[in-house]
Design a protein around this ligand. Structure first.
Ligand code: ADP
Length: 433
């Protein structure tokens, strides 16, 4: 907040100072004539009195009288001089020779000099000296106080705005992380009330759309399961009959396709279930090494080649950790299955617990993931189109499910290059409050 306050204040104070110094100059220049006549009228009485004093004594005594008046008029100065003094401008000289008074104006349109002719050659000047130091300082302190007051006013004005903007930012962040019911709750009377209202309406619309999409996906997946089961059952019955070898082979191929479809439907159901905001993650305290062991056991049979080595690195002292075992195991299983498909011969699992949370990473020495694809692979149904990827034949839902399973617990899943040469999937779970 202080950065924005500082910038706003800087702009205000610079424009205020520039205006204070430039605007009076411009106005005085434009209305010079009016200022001069005003000052002439203003000082006419005083100048007439001074001239009368001089005319009351013979001209020989004028210097003595000027010296005496100079003392009495302090801090003004009374000075006798000739009307052809080089200090006067040609215009002023002409006016004095015509017997007219002259005033000169300075800052803010105040007079700095008033001159009256005494006879054809001599004039008396009343000089207004610049303000003394202490008075100048007082004027400056007025400016400083005005600046400080402006700062305080800006601060007062900015605080509620800042508060509302922070709230809007926080809501947008939480909404982006999947908390679709988040709303700003900013009052309509706030200066950003209408913006917040638009945001809330947009958030509501997105929530409805996503809910509809999830419900549709759920419904379609459920509806698909029944005919699939019937088909599977029907094919199993057909296969139990005595069939020619070619027909049997074709039917077995169909069974394979149906199983694949069934698997896709199951994946879709898991994915859409994870999108359900009403589903709260479980909180179970597990021993991390046993937990990792059990996950490894569950995917062990799927290991295609016996040459693949899986290392587990448990860093530091592994405490027990609170997590949702079903969701976390699902996420890690998907990562391990991918690592098994894409590695050459090494997979490494690392675990590290710190006070803020637990980090688990799955490394492999496979083909890795190109940098520009590292975010996209977490999108549902997104698969890379490399020959190896085509051979593995997944649906592109595994990583999307893993990421959701972690986000549902407040965690994250990211990918980066692995020191083994392939991909490193880094999983983070925060310590539950
Ligand atoms: P699938 O079930 O099709 O493998 P995933 O969501 O699990 O879908 O993965 C998406 C894509 O990410 C895969 O098609 C693959 O290209 C890439 N991928 C995932 N894991 C790895 C890995 N360990 N090494 C290289 N590429 C990977």
């Amino acid at each position: 907040m202080f950065r924005i306050l500082f910038r706003l204040y800087l702009v205000t104070i610079v424009s205020y100072s520039a205006a204070i110094y430039l605007v009076p100059d411009v106005v005085i220049k434009v209305f010079q004539e009016r200022f001069v006549t005003y000052n002439l009228d203003y000082s006419r009485g005083l100048q007439t009195l001074i001239v009368k004093q001089f005319h009351a004594v013979p001209p020989e005594q004028w210097p003595a009288l000027a010296a005496e008046m100079d003392k009495e008029f302090q801090p003004l100065h009374i000075v006798l001089t000739g009307n052809d003094d080089a200090d006067f401008t040609p215009d002023e000289r002409k006016r004095l020779q015509r017997g007219e008074n002259v005033v000169r104006i300075g800052d803010w349109g105040w007079r700095t000099l008033a001159v009256s002719p005494l006879n054809e050659r001599t004039v008396v000047e009343m000089v207004v000296p610049p303000d003394p130091m202490d008075v100048s300082l007082l004027y400056w302190s007025i400016n400083v106080l005005i600046g400080a007051t402006m700062l305080a006013c800006l601060l007062l004005w900015l605080r509620p705005h800042w508060h509302d903007l922070e709230r809007l930012k926080g809501t947008a962040e939480r909404f982006g992380k999947g908390h679709l019911s988040e709303r700003t709750q900013i009052s309509q009377s706030s200066n950003i009330g209408s913006l917040a209202n638009v945001f809330d309406t947009m958030a509501g619309d997105i929530e409805n759309l996503l809910n509809q999409q999830r419900d549709l996906l759920n419904a379609v997946s459920h509806e698909l399961r029944t005919p699939l089961t019937r088909l599977d059952f029907g094919l199993a019955l057909a296969l139990s009959d005595d069939l020619p070898a070619a027909s049997r082979e074709r039917l077995q191929g169909l069974v394979g396709h149906i199983r694949e479809l069934d698997e896709l439907v199951l994946e879709l159901l898991s994915y859409s279930r994870l999108q359900n905001p009403a589903r709260l993650p479980e909180r179970v305290e597990v021993s991390l090494d046993e937990f990792i062991d059990s996950i490894l056991g569950s995917v062990d049979e799927e290991l295609e080649s016996p040459d693949i080595v899986i290392d587990v690195m448990l860093n530091g002292q592994l405490e027990r950790f609170v997590l949702d075992p079903r969701l976390t195991a699902r996420a890690i299983q998907n990562l391990l299955r991918n690592a098994m498909r894409y590695c050459e011969k090494r997979i490494q699992i690392g675990v590290q617990v710190c006070p803020k949370g637990c980090e688990i990473w799955v490394d492999d020495d496979g083909i890795g993931i190109p940098e520009d694809e590292r975010e996209r692979i977490f999108e549902p149904f997104y698969r890379l189109d490399r020959s190896r990827d085509r051979a593995t034949g997944g649906f592109g839902l595994g990583l999307a499910i893993s990421r959701r399973a972690l986000e549902a617990q407040g965690g994250t899943l990211t990918v980066e290059p692995s020191p083994l040469g392939g991909a490193r999937f880094r999983l983070w779970l925060p310590t539950s409050a």
